[in-house]
Write a protein that binds this ligand. Sequence first.
Ligand SMILES: [Zn+2]
Length: 376
Amino acid sequence: MSLLIDNIGLLYTGDPEREELTGAAVVIQDDRIEWVGESGRAPQTDERHDAQGRAVIPGFVDSHAHLVFAGDRTAEFNARMSGQSYSAGGIRTTVAATRAASEEALDARMRALVAEMRAQGTTTVEIKSGYGLTVDDEARALRLARQVTEETTYLGAHVVPQGIEADAYVRLVTGDMLAACAPYAKWVDVFCERGAFDGDQTREILTAGTKAGLLPRVHANQLTEGPGVRIAVELDAASADHCTHLTDADVEALASSNTVATLLPGAEFSTRSPYPDARRLIDAGATVAIATDCNPGSSFTSSMAFCIALAVREMRMTPLEAIRAATYGGARALRRDDIGVICAGNRADLVVLDAPSYVHLAYRPGVPMITRVFSS
Ligand SMILES: [Zn+2]
């Protein structure tokens, strides 16, 4: 089936050759983009969608989300907004609820969040484990996630659960748990942070994951400066996520590497913390992505548009840099070159905005603006 999306007022392609086109059209053939060009010059198609002068952008690529969980942390958020500080320990609350939940309940919650994301323009989402922290519970989370996305991440090293010594837990994460999870995972991730896993443990876990055929990514430098970013770059991780507290050496390392700096401003918003300095990273030449970090504790938003608005207002990104980071940047953070850019041959993931420009995502924050989502 071929479809023409015609009368696009402003097409943000993400293609560096022609990043923005006015008066544009796109032709989709089945699940692929076949043609991009000037409205009125498109080849014949079976069907036609009139965009009526609206803006069209690539589907958002949300490269960092934790969607397999049970329970709720409203009380913790409420307490934090009433003056208490956030520490990594809150993860254990969700771990207890997730272990106690049925597979059906976890699956339903995850699918509801994926649907919520899709309705808001997200056409690719990465999903992590990390709320099971036993061999069976981690494998269960990844088995469920694998049913809705190919971008699945083994995060057994989210936090050391209660009742086990850190060294013994690292042996489990690099041993039996890894063996049980690797068949369902593409990526391996570690929360490298004070109170979670230190540099040596992070390197050991990522190296074990790589040997099992997984690709590394790291929760790095969220709450404090630490070795996370350096290890990510050293191991050629696809992404170092958070990057809130960086030294000059960290910024230089990211800028001269293939490792994307994935910024998660929803986490700073929801923990009332200082935002990462996107300007510093971009000016140094690093590739930046924006993602939601959707999780019940520190960032319970599924909205990429909200994160774009935060990036522009709070992280000194231009609207163009923010839309690029939410599409092309996310694709780079997943080492994908078939999504995040509207060009012939790529997947037919497109979003029609009820606005004349992508700038409105930041200009009109909080306003629903996604009118149509085309997803391969
Ligand atoms: Zn995360």
